[in-house]
Design a binder for this molecule. Sequence first.
Ligand code: NAD
Ligand code: MG
Length: 381
Amino acid sequence: MKKVAILGSTGSIGTQTLEIARTNGDLEITALAAGSNVERLEAQIREFRPSLAAVWAEEKAKELKSRIRDLDVRVVTGMEGLIEVAEQPESGILVTAIVGMIGIRPTIAAMKAGKDIALANKETLVTAGHIIMPLAEECGVRILPVDSEHSAIFQCLNGENRCELHKILLTASGGPFRGKKKEELREVQVEDALKHPNWSMGRKITIDSATLVNKGLEMMEARWLFGVEPQDIKIVVQPKSIIHSMVEFADGAVIAQLGTPDMKLPIQYALYYPQRRYLPGERLDFWKLGQITFEEPDMENFPGLRLAFDAAAAGGSLPTVYNAANERAVALFLDRKIRFLEIPELIERCMEEHKAVKAPSVEEILQTEAEVYERIEQMRH
Ligand code: NAD
Ligand code: MG
């Protein structure tokens, strides 16, 4: 039986991972970690019976302990708790379904403990890809992409010669505001930005999809996962999210992976790779679909995407600045403290004011994150 630990089990990817475990019945869930939703975590623990659970805050952990006092489950907290879940001796694979740069240290700990990584937490690769990818090789572990686009690319590359890969065609839906100009984007509200046309996801990534920052993060994620240069990644807008991404080879052949928009496919593929399992759900019906359309991305009205290419080209600590500024800006937008267009503005200012560090260590990455948070705090006072 495959033994799985999950960071971020109560979120969108986390709950879908458990749904796959429930349907297949042959995955053993060994450890779960969540932020603060102890009610949902308790239900998950009762159903899947892991031996270890982590909750971020001390207070919430106490609550969980008392809720599950009839069970034999160890409850741990904070970063140490996340790392314990990541390193847990029983598990073979760690699903990183946590949101944000908080995923970096536990991901590294899991790799050093010999675990394969089913990676959803894109922020880790964006900021520390130069550390994570060589480390995976050194530790002899696999990084299996969960993000739908990266899973698609991974599937397209099956059995192919990587050195004949010419371009990655990263598809994008364009988000809920596709086609809008800056003047129209000025007044958009949190509720509008949370309405993604095709995917139901966590709040942070949904906002990132509206600003196109998500596609910027995915471009950087792809560059590390597949060892290509940012200029070899082309963004192709395909509004219905039917094509999950494509690759172009040296001879001009393009291979694509298609499917209905359902994250369970990439999650399941990562968990059982290289096996494919039956997955219940709708199938693509091309007769009904009729057409698939394509557009160029609009980097003028959605500068978040352009800034990602700038950050990737500069490299070093710049992607961390891009990501950290975005994390904070999105949190402020969700709290209704800043407007939608201020998200890319804050990212740009932070990038301009930053003194870049080449090939930053984990400490330097976390230091950069703290500096960016500080800077945004100062800018707002
Ligand atoms: P989400 O907000 O729905 O869930 C996040 C999870 O992380 C929750 O379980 C939360 O409790 C946990 N968490 C947050 N802070 C924590 C902390 N300090 N300690 C412990 N746990 C903590 O997010 P999501 O949409 O599932 O996204 C997770 C990651 O996967 C993100 O990096 C996102 O970019 C990526 N991703 C998500 C999707 C999707 O469809 N949702 C698709 C592709 C990639
Ligand atoms: Mg994606």
